[in-house]
Design a protein around this ligand. Structure first.
Ligand code: AMP
Ligand code: ZN
Length: 140
């Protein structure tokens, strides 16, 4: 996809501060970081959302993000990391090439947990919870 910014980075047509790459995955610094060391992990192939990736690609993206957490924390002397993915437009995804955010966190940074997003929490009965769990477990 020549009009996709992350495909262009993967192809070497756009500059990036790439910190890791292999035949399936690359990771580079976010150009507009939420914190110093904010890194994006993307599949080399164009997939819009994580559910569209073949298993090996998805495994490589998540494994790379997992390995990066402690490395990135050390690099910027962070105390923790938040891992996050805006997976689809309704979830706030702006670049339609799947990517996992690795965001360094610091004691006292005041940002709060991912749960601090303003979720309109649903009020679900036990039956509704059971039904949802069944639909997921039947298909996974
Ligand atoms: P999202 O809202 O999850 O789609 O996040 C897209 C992220 O991509 C944002 O954090 C942007 O700062 C980042 N971004 C967009 N263009 C570039 C680029 N050329 N190089 C690095 N990061 C980028
Ligand atoms: Zn792409």
């Amino acid at each position: 996809m020549t009009d996709c910014v992350f495909c262009r980075i993967a192809d070497g047509d756009l500059p990036s501060r790439t910190v890791y790459e292999d035949d399936r995955v690359l990771a580079f610094l976010d150009a507009n970081p939420l914190a110093e060391g904010h890194t994006l992990v993307v599949p080399r192939e164009h997939h819009e959302v994580v559910g569209e990736m073949p298993d090996e690609t998805r495994d490589a993206v998540f494994a790379t993000a997992g390995r990066l957490t402690s490395v990135v924390e050390s690099a910027v002397d962070a105390d923790a990391t938040s891992l996050g993915m805006n997976n689809g437009r309704a979830a706030g995804q702006e670049v339609p090439h799947a990517h996992l955010h690795v965001v360094p966190r610091f004691d006292g940074d005041g940002v709060g947990p991912l749960h601090a997003l303003e979720w309109p929490r649903p009020d679900l009965s036990d039956d509704e919870l059971d039904a949802i769990a069944e639909r997921i477990s039947d298909d996974v």
